[in-house]
Design a protein around this ligand. Structure first.
Ligand code: GCU
Length: 650
């Protein structure tokens, strides 16, 4: 089926379609079913099948009811001879059941006789907005904030409600609304003047099962409370946080908790006062504990003033070195939030060795939906492909990360890619990344292909040619970007600060600790047991694998090893020739995407066709720039020409 006449980019994956239905339904709901679930069911079915789907005297019904035997947020869908039943384990469960039903019907997978059960893998599925109080969004590529303007909360309730619907439809249940780099003005969200407006926002999210969290400033007691110190072991500091927390819970009884970036990238924190991370986190945790709140404490802490002349310090080791010795010292309601990779949301990284290493401490996996290093929502990059690899990455001989989700890791969080652009995400196809995050946080066993297929069908309909070609483009997009980017996991060859476009030596002589140390014969940092020892932070099974050039996954070779350009890869190519080849191939891939996209012109909505095409053309320019700059960089260093005689600039 093609695209509904009412298609609007704004609707994202909750798009109207004009599917046919066999017979009409009536809607039955028991009194405890929340209004939103009922409304979403009613409107959602109309969206898919037209308003004729509902008839008072219809023989079949859609019944919504609560079944407390089911997991709290879980649901069961049954398509029987009397109609459809949606059972939810709780009010949220029923809402997720309704969205689950609409999804199943939307992708054509809910024939009579079907019974489907689902429940989330983790308790907390969290969105982190990196929105600043001034209305800009850190690493945002889709316009300004939908929450803030002019140093205060200033939002359109309708737009927030629509965001809440989108998030609820993919199972998100917590949102931290402000950037982790808390400025003095966003620290003020905790003041008595600002709290009523925060509470208004919480009121909009609540019916959709979404609880609010706030990023807080470590120095709030000084900034807002007039104290002389923010020392977590100072009784007055703890008392200030206790009182403040009580005030917050009076305004927002279901407040999720505090998100903290401390001791990182010039932010204050316990370490700057001679205290441990546990001292800092536990003080906050004790304040929220009586109210059932949690503290999301970020582990992205490293020395961002490392001198490039210092070859002993190795940035990826920092988080594990700092936190592992403190395992077991954290309060039960502290959740340590760990980025998927030990570096920083690069195109290709191993998983952080800290994930799963803390046996007595709760952990959250942090992903980044906004495309900071992955193309700024100009270049197409289907993050589901990368995240599937993250979940499949081994933790030891017997387990992969996916196996820890819902166990050691009870929270999955991600940085949002949404702004006030009409289509939410700048690049319309980047809507898929928000969708995929929610789906994977709910069920990390889904594959990238399954999720991409769902998203395409819900957004653009089920017409086979559209689904097939778009799936091809989307599934290939990560590989294409990786090919024209920095090679084999070396990362970071980006323009400084901006993080878009190539600059091979951009960070090389700066103080951020991200060095490739390329010279004319070799490239990379030896992070093996023989080098910086980073590989020893992993389970011994993995240490051995990563330590050896032969067994190290090839796509990560330059993450772990220093190698000569003449090193021969499994393909039989030298490292240098591999770099040249992949960079030419990456550009060809983008050309192929453009050609495929062209063939869909008549089958896609005009506005989306044009805007995506413009971005693809810009991506092509970008890819050519990457190819030429990276290839020239290595050619100048090595003086070795391309075996295939293609043009490489001097
Ligand atoms: C990266 C990113 C920053 C961000 C930081 C973080 O360094 O470039 O914008 O603040 O990560 O995650 O805290």
């Amino acid at each position: 089926m093609g695209i509904g006449q009412e298609y609007r980019e704004y609707n994202a994956w909750l798009q109207p379609h004009s599917y046919r239905f066999k017979e009409p339904f009536r809607l039955n709901t028991s009194p405890e079913v929340p209004m939103v679930a009922r409304d979403e069911c009613k409107a959602g079915m109309e969206r898919l099948f037209g308003s004729g789907i509902w008839q008072e005297d219809a023989k079949k019904s859609v019944t919504l009811h609560i079944n407390s035997q089911l997991p709290a947020e879980g649901y069961r869908l049954t398509n029987g001879s009397n109609g459809i039943a949606v059972e939810g384990g709780s009010q949220n469960g029923i809402l997720y059941g309704v969205f689950g039903l609409l999804r199943a019907l939307g992708i054509g997978q809910f024939d009579e006789g079907t019974v489907a059960e689902s429940a989330p893998a983790v308790e907390r599925r969290v969105i982190n907005q990196w929105d600043r109080a001034d209305g800009t969004v850190e690493r945002g590529y889709a316009g300004n904030s939908i929450f803030f303007k002019d140093d205060r909360l200033d939002f359109n309730p309708e737009r927030i409600r629509d965001y809440a619907r989108l998030l609820a439809s993919i199972g998100i249940n917590v949102i931290a609304i402000n950037n982790v780099n808390v400025t003095e003005s966003s620290a003020r969200l905790l003041t008595a003047e600002a709290l009523p407006k925060v509470a208004e926002l919480a009121d909009i999210f609540r019916p959709y099962g979404i609880r609010l969290a706030l990023s807080v400033h470590f120095e709030s007691p000084v900034l807002l409370g007039g104290l002389q110190t923010s020392d977590p072991l100072d009784k007055r500091v703890a008392a200030w946080w206790n009182a403040k927390t009580q005030e917050i819970y009076q305004a927002i009884p279901d407040f999720s908790g505090y998100l903290m970036k401390a001791d990182s990238e010039f932010r204050g924190g316990p370490a700057s006062l001679g205290r441990t991370q546990a001292d800092g986190a536990n003080m906050l945790a004790r304040a929220v504990a009586p109210f059932g709140g949690v503290v999301y404490w970020r582990c992205f802490i490293y020395n961002c003033m490392q001198d490039w002349r210092d070859t002993d310090t190795d940035r990826p080791k920092a988080a594990y070195d700092l936190f592992k010795p403190q395992d077991g010292l954290f309060e039960k309601n502290v959740i340590l939030q760990v980025k998927n990779g030990p570096s920083d949301f690069q195109v290709r990284e191993p998983n952080s060795p800290l994930l799963g290493a803390m046996k007595h401490t709760r952990e959250a996996l942090e992903l980044q939906i906004t495309q900071e290093y992955t193309g700024h929502q100009i270049d197409l990059y289907n993050l589901a492909v990368q995240w599937e690899e993250v979940f499949s990455f081994p933790v030891n001989r017997n387990q992969v990360l996916r196996d820890l989700i819902g166990n050691e890791i009870d929270t999955v969080a991600a940085v949002s890619n949404v702004g006030d652009d009409e289509n939410w995400t700048g690049h319309t196809l980047a809507q898929a990344n928000l969708y995929s995050f929610g789906r994977l946080a709910w069920n990390p066993r889904l594959t990238a292909r399954e999720i991409t297929d769902e998203w395409i069908k819900l957004t653009f309909g089920t017409e086979p040619e559209v689904v097939e070609k778009l799936t091809d483009i989307m599934m290939s997009s990560r590989g294409a970007y990786e090919k024209y980017n920095a090679p084999l996991g070396i990362g970071w060859m980006v323009n400084i600060n901006l993080h878009y476009g190539p600059s091979p030596d951009g960070y090389e002589f700066m103080k951020w600790g991200t060095y490739h140390r390329a010279n004319r014969v070799a490239i990379g940092v030896d992070r093996t047991s023989r080098g910086t020892g980073f590989t020893k932070q992993y389970d011994p099974y993995l240490t051995e694998i990563f330590d050896s050039r032969e067994t190290c996954p090839e796509e990560l070779l330059l993450y772990f090893h220093r190698l000569p350009y003449t090193y021969v890869l499994k393909s039989g190519k030298t490292l240098l020739q591999h770099i040249y080849d992949t960079h030419f191939e990456g550009v060809q891939e983008v050309e192929r995407f453009i050609a495929l996209w062209e063939t869909l012109k008549a089958k896609l909505p005009g506005t989306t066709f044009v805007s995506v095409k413009q971005r693809l053309l810009k991506q092509l320019e970008n890819a050519e720039e990457w190819r030429d700059v990276i290839n020239t960089f290595f050619y100048r260093l090595t003086g070795t020409t391309d075996e295939k005689g293609r043009k490489i600039y001097e």
